[in-house]
Design a protein around this ligand. Structure first.
Ligand code: FES
Ligand code: FE
Length: 475
């Protein structure tokens, strides 16, 4: 295959991805799996083992989720002082809370006395968290406010030393709150890098911004978290096959959602911590992900961003490690027109080959209550645990985790093919006229988006850049 050379790419400034790597010690066996992963990925092959292995799972929690920015929630989920919701970084429990001082915090959900979990409700509003074990009580700012029998039992204890712990770093990008367990590292904006160009389209397209509707859906699956990140980063080669029945009953538009080989698609890869797929019609079609015109406002977007928004009926994306997006015009009723919604999805690692999926529905904040309900219903019918598209995806992802956890896959070093778009492997070519950052391909017959995700995984797990780039005949 052609030599991979990031610096040679005309759309890439040669900067290294901002994804951070941890140095948690792991066994020689696990190190070998990771090393083989890097070697294979350069040739567009992926060892299945990484999708279901206890040691890899434990290393991911520390080297990936313990080091990088992880999505916590959207600020519109906790609009009032005292609003809180349980959240996770990897498998670690945190409380996403707006304090009485209106500051948003991400507090470690463990009592500083003997460690019991403080928060027993998924979400709610409370001025304090009272420990169910011995009754220590903390303000929603994390400060220790009360200790039963303090003067008899802890006369010399200084409450200011025993407040709740918090995630070391918390940052907010246009309402999206992320936290990092790493004390140091790139800022959230540095981490998102050029991906912000695409994120801004999703977040700034509507008057008054976007707001979360209802609670996030949550469900467990026997699928690895990487299947979600990989798929949304973006595999639209599967759409016409795995989701065939959805199109046949009229719940989606193939033209908008995309099928293999469709030339209205742009796959954009190497965007710092992310990659994306955009299904672009003509800008004059002004589809804006299916939103009624009265809710659309492109005044915060550049002309190039506004053109993409106007032409885009569907977009998926992944920000490393486990936050994905789908912005889609769809319906839950073949007799109704397509309507738009944005879903944020998070693929939480729950065990080797197991995940807990989370999905938030967002709609324009300025939309009518009727439209917000409609957007929620459309999301429920398409991308939710009961959604037609969603169930199709999980039905196939479960099989990947099964195969990856098999003795055969381990003994034979079973590898999967991720070569589409490498060398002469597909007809996809770079769209030099595309205005956005990253490398844009002119069809979806290209898996650089997925290889970017797996390259970021390798960088986080090993500290080494695989150096995925493009064959010379595409430069
Ligand atoms: Fe919380 Fe004892 S563990 S009060
Ligand atoms: Fe799908």
């Amino acid at each position: 295959m052609a030599t991979e050379d990031r610096d040679a790419c005309p759309h890439d400034e040669g900067e290294q991805p901002s994804v951070g790597a941890g140095n948690f010690e792991i066994s020689d066996r696990a190190e070998q799996i990771i090393q083989r992963h890097g070697e294979a990925l350069k040739d567009g092959r992926l060892p299945a083992k990484v999708y279901n292995d206890e040691e890899i799972h434990q290393a991911e929690l520390r080297r990936i989720f313990g080091q990088n920015w992880v999505f916590i929630g959207h600020e519109t989920e906790i609009p009032e002082p005292g609003d809180y919701s349980q959240r996770y970084i990897g498998k670690d429990p945190f409380i996403f809370v707006r304090g009485e001082d209106d500051e948003i915090r991400v507090l470690f959900d463990s009592c500083t006395h003997h460690g019991s979990k403080l928060c027993r409700a998924e979400q709610g509003n409370s001025s304090h968290f009272r420990c169910p074990y011995h009754g220590w009580t903390f303000k929603n700012t994390g400060d220790l406010a009360g200790i039963p029998l303090k003067h008899q039992a802890f006369d010399n204890l200084d409450p200011s030393e025993w407040g709740m712990s918090a995630a070391p770093r918390v940052e907010n990008y246009k309402g999206m709150v992320f936290a990092s367990l790493a004390e140091d590292g790139p800022s959230l904006e540095e981490y998102l890098g050029d991906f912000k160009w695409y994120l801004d389209i999703h977040l700034d397209i509507a008057k008054g911004g976007m707001e979360v509707i209802g609670e996030p859906h949550r469900w467990r699956a026997d699928s690895d978290w990487k299947s979600g990140s990989d798929n949304f980063s973006a595999d639209s080669y599967h759409t016409g096959v795995a989701h065939r029945s959805v199109f046949e009953v009229g719940f989606g538009s193939e033209e908008i959602s995309g099928t293999a080989g469709q030339e209205t698609q742009r796959h954009v890869t190497h965007i710092d911590s992310g990659s994306t797929s955009l299904r672009l019609l003509k800008p004059e079609d002004e589809i804006y992900f299916g939103y009624p015109k009265e809710y659309v406002d492109t005044s915060k977007l550049s002309d190039a961003q506004a053109d993409v928004a106007a032409a885009c009926g569907a977009a998926t994306a992944t920000v490393f490690p486990n936050l994905s997006f789908i912005h889609l015009a769809a319906t839950n009723d073949p007799d109704k027109d397509l309507d738009g919604f944005l879903s944020l999805r998070q693929w939480q690692p729950a065990g080797p080959g197991e995940m807990e999926a989370w999905s938030w529905v967002l709609a324009p904040a300025a939309a009518s209550d009727e439209y917000k309900q409609r957007a929620y219903d459309v999301a429920l019918g398409t991308f939710s645990p009961s959604g037609n598209f969603e169930q199709d995806d999980f039905a196939v992802w479960d099989g990947i985790a099964d195969a990856a956890g098999s003795v055969y896959a381990e003994q034979s070093n079973f590898e999967m093919n991720y070569q589409m778009g490498l060398e002469q492997a597909s007809s996809a070519s770079i769209d030099e006229d595309f205005q956005g950052p990253g490398v844009a391909w002119d069809t979806n017959l290209e898996e650089g988006t997925c290889r970017t995700f797996h390259g970021n995984w390798h960088k986080a797990m090993s500290g080494e850049d695989v150096g995925m780039s493009y064959p010379e005949d595409h430069l």
